[in-house]
Write a protein that binds this ligand. Sequence first.
Ligand code: ZN
Length: 265
Amino acid sequence: MAGKSSRLGAKTDGKAVAVKAIAVIDGITVENELLLGLPAKERESAFPRLVFVQLRRHDVLHEPGAPIKFAHFINSGLASVLSVMADGKRLEVGLTAKECFVVLPLIVGLATSQTLTVVQIQGDAFRVNAAALVQLLQQCPTLEKRMQRYVQFLAMQATHVAACNRIHEVHERLARWLLSCQDRIDSCTVPLTHEILAQMLGTRRSSVTVAAGQLQKAGLITYRSGVVQIESRARLLQVACECYQSMRRQAGNWSTEASADGHPR
Ligand SMILES: [Zn+2]
């Protein structure tokens, strides 16, 4: 399995334009942000151990309490990290996509997790078995640092969303969630049922129906047969609670700090 990566850059009228890192594993373009732009030595160590896999909707990436067999670097699509109660009720505590890695305990040598991770929007990922990942992290300090920072990002997201669920109205949280989702899948079309949305927002399905109706009536979204279509991102931004911008701002600050210390993500 071969891997390669390059940086494309150019100057226009003396001004530098955006530099984009491109990496390919077995003919598949890497979109996962933890894998993009790794130093050559780390790419040579990591890429041959990664196996490309398709992610289907409702695929379980790991079960709570079960030994973790594989880690996934999500390349496209979307997965939810869920807390599961004894009666089976589920609540989303994290949203994961191409910026992420599943599952986090492996980074610090732990082999189980209390959360459930389920694919909500189909896509694909690069998979590595848990034992290989532990070895890999010893050889890849940049990758390890990025993954540690991702843990902090996910913790920030979980704590912020916990407060959001207590304080903000359902339609504001729905707008926030749809914007976050759009950022990760690069699409205005979000294929999710009211039932899944209720899990993600920590509320009843009937409340989601009312909130989605409000946004639809205002012309911000349309909802048909389990698919939400974002009609106006600008107006969703106006309706979303402050949490969306707050989390983006913090993520941006950390990205700047990470670039300054030589381990950019
Ligand atoms: Zn909020």
